[in-house]
Ligand binder design. Structure first.
Ligand SMILES: Nc1ncnc2c1ncn2[C@@H]1O[C@H](COP(=O)(O)OP(=O)(O)OP(=O)(O)O)[C@@H](O)[C@H]1O
Length: 646
């Protein structure tokens, strides 16, 4: 019988074979970790613990698929294997689960061996998972366990390890600069070309600075200032001077957004990542699509079909006893055909990757196996302040230089572990570097979204008053969108004070999130007035820091008016935005509102009109909200809900 030790060894071996990058973790750790990296590793462990705790406690347990039968497995692109699972009962549907195409998954066999994979497709009666190798124990049942961040964490750990252990090479130099041990260098004499007419002066200044950077530069892009447009232009210039660029962002949405702008600049970009997670507009530019439509793909497919046919005949029952070794020979031939197919597929991928000027991918979607020994001249990271720092080390550990773009005055990355967040995990690389080396950052100053009254408060509070509104938006208000039938005040900035009206906050028992029913009703009334005055419901958004309030608002708002949390609305805009602050208590407690970066996001979403609803007696004791109330006075935007109570 297999003893526990053997079993553990075998599990380790299975893992090792599954993800080559995992190898490093089985080697004794002889690395001298920089102290910041030690912090990262501790915080990542805390985050992992919190996450598995949530998985264990939460309803995610229902998402498991248990006791599936491995129906078939076959070789696929880039040396991977596709495993098709079905319910034990033939023809049955899968029970309810939460897997979607592209979900990371742990495939667990009866002996608790775990192999990591990615869901390739889901049908009513089957689910296909991509793994690194063929599964063993294929007659026994398997469990599929959702594993959203396992792969991500390993990639981050591996990148840190690679950076920490680098000596005498470019990565070692870059690491020293990024950890503050060496000064970032800029080439003052580099020729960066002429400023294009399509960029404004601060955008060009940021591009020029990034083109001169030899190690790192930062583009600080406040709301609506054209950060992505600027980055796309920078990438065009980098490509023009012959560079290979890795263009990344923390989310698929942000990568797609950047890639669309890069392609609009006429650059040949390839999108890495699971097609299910890529915008339909970009499907034809995904590596997957390009590989499938490549001239050699048909040949590889044919080899795979031949191999499968041989495997089938090797397994087929025949009346006559097969000649000794006949089945083994068929299996060998099949293996050979699979190997040939994989070699062709690998060559195809290499060709496509080598031909691309820019590869676009999420930070944690960078697959070491796929990119193998590839290095890049520049890594460009959009929405860099939305990423935890270890994630940024993934692209930069294979690049000579890094350009970060984002706004550290808006929301930081979401961290599950309170302990890790308060210890420093929520501080992004951009924020850390800007604090230490403000001279490497350039601020984009002209914004193309907000009326200047909406912009001014945020500009004064967060950007030293340096923002300016482009002429196209500086004085645009609701007036052109209104009808004559019903009057609403077209003023761009209004504060409705609920003080004294008995609009008290309450706490949701289940989630501890706050809500304020009377305030929600008032907000719905303001939205209705705007609609009656001619504003389309889709042009109005309501946002609140509190999820419980958003739930209530969704039930009360006129049809077509959307409500979301501030966090959910980051990166978006609308013509009119109403903010529901919720907090109203006698002790002046403002909880979540204390993070003024969240309020900065909320206050900078509207284009033409902002209405803030809140209790001045609760929020006014805080200096930031005190100044907000003064600002409302200064723009003649102060009102009391008493004016409108029925
Ligand atoms: N130089 C420019 N001239 C005219 N319009 C511009 C210029 N730069 C940006 N814009 C416009 O400003 C808007 C915002 O641009 P973009 O999406 O790049 O901004 P962003 O800063 O990435 O946005 P976010 O605030 O969501 O981070 C777009 O409509 C874009 O066309």
């Amino acid at each position: 019988m297999e003893v526990a030790e053997d079993r553990a060894k075998r599990a380790a071996k299975t893992l090792r074979e599954t993800l080559p990058e995992v190898d490093a973790f089985f080697e004794p750790d002889q690395i001298e970790w920089p102290s910041l990296f030690q912090d990262f590793r501790r915080w990542m462990a805390l985050e992992a613990k919190e996450e598995s705790q949530r998985l264990a406690d939460g309803k995610q347990k229902e998402g498991l698929l248990r006791g599936l039968k491995l129906h078939e497995q076959w070789s696929a692109l880039a040396g991977r294997v596709i495993c098709q699972f079905r319910p034990k009962t033939q023809g049955a549907s899968l029970p309810p689960h939460r897997f979607r195409s592209g979900s990371p998954v742990i495939v667990q066999d009866v002996e608790q061996n775990q192999v990591r994979g990615l869901v390739a497709s889901v049908r009513d009666g089957s689910i296909e998972v991509v793994t690194q190798d063929f599964l063993e124990n294929d007659d026994d049942p398997f469990n599929l366990i959702p594993s959203d961040d396992e792969v991500t964490r390993r990639r981050m750990e591996f990148a840190l390890k690679r950076a920490a252990s680098a000596t005498g090479n470019r990565l070692a130099e870059l690491r020293d600069v990024l950890l503050g041990e060496a000064a970032p260098r800029f080439d003052a004499s580099a020729s960066t070309g002429d400023a294009p007419r399509s960029l404004n002066p601060s955008q060009w200044d940021a591009v020029d600075n990034a083109l001169r950077a030899e190690d790192v530069a930062i583009i600080h892009g406040p709301p609506g200032t054209g950060k992505t447009v600027t980055l796309a232009h920078l990438i065009r210039r980098l490509v023009d001077r012959g560079e290979k660029v890795l263009a990344c962002a923390p989310s698929n949405l942000a990568v797609d957004n950047l890639m669309l702008r890069v392609m609009a600049q006429g650059v040949n970009a390839v999108r890495l990542g699971h097609p299910a997670r890529v915008s339909a507009q970009l499907h034809d530019a995904t590596l997957d699509y390009l590989a499938r439509s490549h001239a050699d793909a048909k040949l590889a497919d044919k080899l795979i079909r031949d191999a499968q046919a041989k495997l089938r005949s090797a397994g087929r029952y025949t009346r006559a006893k097969p000649a000794p070794g006949e089945r083994a020979a068929l299996r060998d031939e099949a293996r050979q055909l699979f190997d040939d197919a994989q070699r062709i597929q690998r060559q195809t991928l290499d060709q496509i990757l080598t031909g691309a000027q820019v590869l676009c991918v999420t930070l944690t979607g960078i697959d070491d196996d796929l990119l193998a020994g590839r290095n890049f001249d520049t890594a460009v990271i959009d929405e860099a302040c939305q990423a935890v720092e270890p994630a940024c080390w993934i692209p930069l550990s294979r690049s000579s230089r890094v350009i970060l773009a984002g706004d550290h005055c808006q929301l930081p990355p979401t961290i599950l572990s309170q302990e890790a967040a308060s210890a420093g995990y929520a501080e992004s690389m951009q924020q850390r570097l800007v604090k230490k080396r403000p001279e490497i950052a350039r601020l984009l100053k002209r914004q193309y979204r907000m009326h200047s009254s909406i912009m001014d408060f945020s500009s004064l509070e967060f950007y030293d008053g340096q923002l300016e509104a482009d002429d196209s938006v500086a004085s645009h208000d609701l007036q052109p969108l209104l009808n004559d039938a019903v009057y609403v005040d077209p003023k761009p900035w209004q504060f409705y004070d609920t003080a004294g009206a008995d609009f008290m906050e309450e706490e949701d028992d289940a989630t501890s999130s706050r809500y304020n029913d009377a305030e929600a009703r008032f907000v719905a009334k303001k939205a209705t007035q705007l609609i009656e005055a001619g504003i389309l419901p889709a042009a109005i958004s309501v946002i609140s820091p509190y999820a419980a309030q958003v739930q209530r608002l969704r039930n009360l708002l006129p049809e077509g008016v959307e409500a979301d949390t501030v966090d959910g609305f980051q990166g978006r805009e609308n013509e009119a935005v109403i903010i529901s602050l919720v907090r109203s208590n006698t002790s002046g407690e403002i909880g979540f509102l204390l993070d003024t970066r969240r309020m900065n996001v909320a206050l900078t979403r509207p284009r033409r009109k902002l209405i803030v609803v809140g209790d001045s007696s609760t929020i006014g004791g805080n200096s930031f909200y005190g100044r907000l109330l003064q600002y409302a006075e200064a723009v003649d935007g102060c009102h009391s809900v008493w004016e409108e109570l029925d």
